[in-house]
Each structure stands twice: as C-alpha cells, then as structure tokens.
Design a protein around this ligand. Structure first.
Ligand code: ZN
Length: 439
C-alpha cells in the first residue's frame, strides 16, 4: 500500500538544528559545514579541508524510503539512501529506477543529486537531474524547504530544485527527494562489438538510435589500451574481440515486449552495422550472467588502470558529433608533447562523455609523471575540450579539484551569476566553502 504523501521525518529537523547551531556560532568559531553521503565522490567535494574548522555532516542515517506512488511513477527517499537500495525498492514495486553507476553499492542519492551524477543509462533516462521531480532541502539559515513535489508540470517561478541539484552542498543540504520511476523492461540484452575507428563508433550510435529508439539504454566505448589493461591485470576475465580493434563498444537494448523481440532487433542492427563496415565482429549476451560479465569488463577498466599505476584523470564531455575529431587531435597532441604517453580512453559515448585518462610512459615513474606533468596535461586536455565546445566536468562534479580551473573555462557572466546565487542563498559562506565558487 503506497503512502498517500511523503511524510516529514525528524531527521530533517535535526539537520536544520545543526545548521542553525553552526550559523549562530560561525562568527566566533569560523566553523563551516561539509555535507557527506557515501563519500565515493571523485572530485573531493565532500571531504573537509585541513583547517580543523569544518564539520562533516553525514546524511547516511537518513536512509528511509518514505513512499512509492506507483500510479504517479514516483518514489520518495531520504538523502542517505544508498543508490542500490533505492533501485531494489523500486524493483520490489515492479518498477525501475534507472540511475546506475559503478559506486551504486555505496554512494547515496543525496550525493548523486548534489553532483548531478550520470553513469551508464543516461543515453535513455538522463542524469540525476532529469530523474528528480522534487526536493526537501535544509537551507543555510537552517530552514526546511518542503519541495517534495511529484509534479511533472509546475511553472510557478524559478526552479529551486534545479539550483540545488549539482550544487555540491554549497547552497543547502538535500535531505530527501522525489524521483521518477519507469516500467521494468521485459528483457535486457547486451552486445559487445569491435569497431574499426571512433568515427565508426559514432556512426554505430546513430544507427542504434534509429533501430532501437527508446530501447537503447546503454552505449559505452572502450579504447584498446584500456581493455589491454583489464586483460593484463585481470586475465581470468578474458576480454573479447579487443586485440584487432582500436575500440570496442558495449550496447544495451531494453525491450518491453519479449526477449525474442529484443534479440531480433539487436541482430538486425548488428547485421546492418556489419554491412556498413561499422562493426568488424560482435557478440550478443545469451544469458543474464553473460550480460553482467560484459558490464563487469567495462567496470573493471578503472580498477585495471589503478593496478597499472597513478594516472591523470579527466571526466569530460564534447558534442557526440565532435568526439572522433577531439580524440584524434588530443591523442596526437599529447603524444607529441609527451612521447610514449599512454591514453586510457573509455566512457559513455552515448552522452558524449569520456573518461580520458593519461598514464605515464611505460618506462617513467608514475609519481614523477604526476608531479611534473599533471598541471601541463590538464591544460592541454581542458584547452582541447574548450576548443571543441565541451565541459571539463561531465558527471563527477567540480569539488575541490576543479574549482580553481573553472574561471579559465566558464564565462565570466556565468561565474558572476553563480557567485550572486551563492551569496544570496548562503551569505555567510557556511555551506561547503571553497567548492564550485569562491566567495
Ligand atoms: Zn562514468
């Protein structure tokens, strides 16, 4: 039985009381607040600085599912709810919450919303922002904004919800959210295809959109060197088809009719792609286990890369149509500047989002490479991203890592407006200071 309306929980009142107490004592103690969920962020946005004056406010005990409204296709959960628990609660109700990413077993929905997380299903369902209909937020003044609306239409002024999503705790603290649910697909198939070039991968994406429509729920690209690291460090996983192809692609097809229907459409797509020389070889999963294995290979890339040694990470996006040219030019530029440099390139091609990571030349010490080259490599990569009309943070947020880089890549007008919003909502800079905008 669904609850009639998301109820108000005492946890939010406690968060409000903590914020109020900090605000009252801020002038004397200089204290500030750092909201934290699962602490899985990759941009150092939820870790206190070393001033000793920052209070970490963990939301992990506020993890209740407040209610599911099946007819409205919504679920209301508290910020500390672990993403996987949220997916499972939806599934128990026969519905799908599609946000999916590698850290889903420990990240929380509050953090996902705070950073506007993306992951592997964005090509079909959008990122965390697109999945959120309403929020409950504790403001920097310790007030509670009850914005838990399950409305899909509400044009009553500025969209406060979207201000807090992606604000990384700098404007207030998200304590609960109402999120969109979808019907569970009847069948889900995964294919792994070797492609002769990045151009072919982008053309295959277009073909997959046309053939599968809304059935295309995942489209990942993986460079040959990235897969060679998985093969090297996790030999037991036996990576398919990568040895003779510069890139492999992982496609997911979710079907609302049947597995047979899904397989027929998938095979037709792959046959057409082969006729057009967009795919040189492909396998389609025969079972759920096989599909999981193919996804596991993709998710093993960051782990294999860590085994290989420290590297310089970039979470970037450019328009899908410009990805092949971006990769060709930036690969060549880096190889010219740092002979022997190794590029671990993989990511969510369906969203134009690459994890374009730079690994030291084989004979070079990784620590020395990071110490001597990190700033230079960042400028080379981010300047290239800017030339192609892209973003230096696609799905991981700004955090401490990129706050000082924003002024070079974001317009002064945009930064000015962000600065004004921060001052208006958090005039005493109590909330996660030093992240996104400095005031
Ligand atoms: Zn990613």
């Amino acid at each position: 039985m669904a609850r009639r309306w998301p109820w108000f929980a005492p946890g939010s009142a406690e968060v409000a009381a903590i914020v109020k107490a900090c605000a009252q004592h801020q002038a004397v103690t200089g204290v500030s607040l750092v909201p934290q969920g699962g602490n899985t962020g990759l941009a150092v946005g939820s870790v206190p600085d070393d001033s000793g004056r920052q209070i970490v406010l963990s939301l992990t005990r506020m993890n209740a599912v407040r209610g599911i409204d099946s007819a409205n296709l919504t679920i209301t959960v508290e910020a500390g709810c672990i993403l996987q628990s949220l997916q499972e609660a939806a599934e128990e109700a026969g519905l799908l919450f599609p946000l999916s990413l590698a850290a889903e077993g420990s990240c929380t929905i509050g953090g996902n919303l705070g950073t506007n997380a993306g992951g592997t299903q964005v090509v079909r369902y959008g990122n965390a922002r697109d999945l959120c209909l309403g929020l409950e937020v504790v403001t920097a003044q310790g007030e509670i904004w009850h914005g838990l609306s399950g409305l899909r239409k509400d044009n009553t002024g500025y969209d406060l919800r979207d201000l807090f999503i992606g604000s990384e705790g700098t404007l207030g603290i998200i304590t609960a959210a109402t999120l969109k649910l979808y019907p569970l697909p009847a069948a889900q198939l995964t294919a792994w295809a070797a492609v002769p070039s990045m151009d072919a991968a982008v053309a295959l994406l277009g073909l997959a959109h046309r053939h599968l429509g809304a059935g295309l729920t995942g489209f990942e690209v993986m460079g040959q060197f990235a897969l060679s690291l998985v093969d090297k460090h996790f030999r037991q996983l036996s990576v398919p088809l990568y040895q003779d192809a510069p890139y492999c692609v992982l496609l997911e097809n979710s079907d609302h009719e049947s597995e047979t229907h899904a397989r027929t459409r998938f095979e037709h797509l792959l046959e057409t792609a082969m006729e057009q020389s967009l795919v040189s070889d492909a396998v389609v999963s025969e079972s759920l286990n096989q599909a999981r294995h193919l996804w596991h290979l993709r998710e093993s890339i960051p782990l294999a890369q860590a085994e290989e040694g420290l590297n310089i990470k970039h979470d970037i996006s450019v328009p899908v149509s410009r990805i092949p040219e971006f990769v060709a030019q930036t690969d060549a530029l880096l190889q010219h500047e740092i002979p022997g440099v190794r590029l671990v390139n993989f990511g969510h091609l369906g969203d134009g989002n690459l994890h374009y990571n730079v690994q030291a030349p084989e004979e070079m010490d990784a620590n020395a490479f990071l110490r001597d080259q990190e700033d230079r490599v960042n400028v080379l990569v981010y300047d290239a991203v800017a030339r192609f009309g892209g973003s230096i943070s696609a799905e991981h947020g700004v955090g401490s890592l990129k706050t000082d880089k924003l002024p070079r890549y974001k317009s002064a007008v945009a930064l000015d407006m962000m600065h004004s919003i921060k001052l208006a909502l958090d005039p005493y800079n109590l909330m996660n200071p030093g992240r996104i905008v400095r005031v």
